[in-house]
Design a protein around this ligand. Sequence first.
Ligand code: ADP
Ligand code: MG
Length: 341
Amino acid sequence: ERTVQRIAAGEVVERPASVVKELIENSLDAGASRVAVSVEAGGTEGIRVRDDGVGIPADQLEAAVAEHATSKISAIEDLDRGVVTLGFRGEALYTVGAVSRLTVRSRPPGADAGAEITVEGGDVGDVRPAGCPEGTTVEVDDLFFNTPARKKFLKRTTTEFDHVNTVVTGYALANPDVAVSLEHDGRETFATEGNGDLRSAVLAVYGREVAESMVDVAWTPDAPDASGTPDGDTHADPPVRSVTGLVSHPETTRSTREYLATYVNDRYVTASALREATLDAYGGQLAPDRYPFAVLFVEVPAGDVDVNVHPRKLEVRFDEEPAVRAAVEDAVESALLDHGL
Ligand code: ADP
Ligand code: MG
């Protein structure tokens, strides 16, 4: 049974960044206003995510690390948003605990004491009292210590850290109202303020130069023709509801690397349609060897986005891909035009 559990876990937990992603989602689900991530050796030696969310009462710690542990109706909410994460509902802590040394330490706000539980390679220990601040801290040490085959697939620590950084950055930009920080081997990589301002989050993550080259994107479809569609339905849902965010102005862009963070219905995703439409909007206006920076939030009707391309990947496809492309290109182009291009 242990072996089956380990194999299943190895399929889902690909690398440190996949663990970090699940732990951040749990912190955000817990209503945290601060999420502090710190990793050692790209996350291969240690991962810690601390939040100030609702916490886990001592008598629920064991359930939290058990199979099918979810205390959430997220699957239904996700269905509403048209974005379902596969393979991990109610299983993240359980799955991670099967392939690492996992400690969950928590104190719900107002509780006089905290408690912790440890899982080592699937062996669940006893719940013990623990001194800790309000909120939850999850520590994951020695990822894949008992799955050498999986461990062999890990890349150099700089590569693993790049993946971690991409994930944490993605959540930091999507949640400017949450103070998100990242630390690698004891050194701070970035820390957002959590003041709700996207520009300020961009400044924290990418630095002043990128932040100062940004212009606002705010696109909505033209109001529908009052005559409506032939069958008289004037409320046809447009294929794209809005495109918002920030893009870099070509004249001030000094970035020598492409930074594109795209979100569909508030979920961090990758989609070649979004990337290509963004690049098309610049239409060769960038200086040679300069790349755009963009953080774009696209809202589409829930049923129009397919996330089941691959359970572990962020790639999505759109039913109305040409309309999405056109909207994003138009949105970015108009933003640049508004600023004299
Ligand atoms: P899921 O998130 O799908 O419910 P997880 O295995 O990720 O499944 O988490 C199991 C349960 O543990 C959650 O439903 C939640 O009740 C609790 N939990 C996990 N992380 C946190 C956290 N950071 N703060 C509060 N509760 C948490
Ligand atoms: Mg979870």
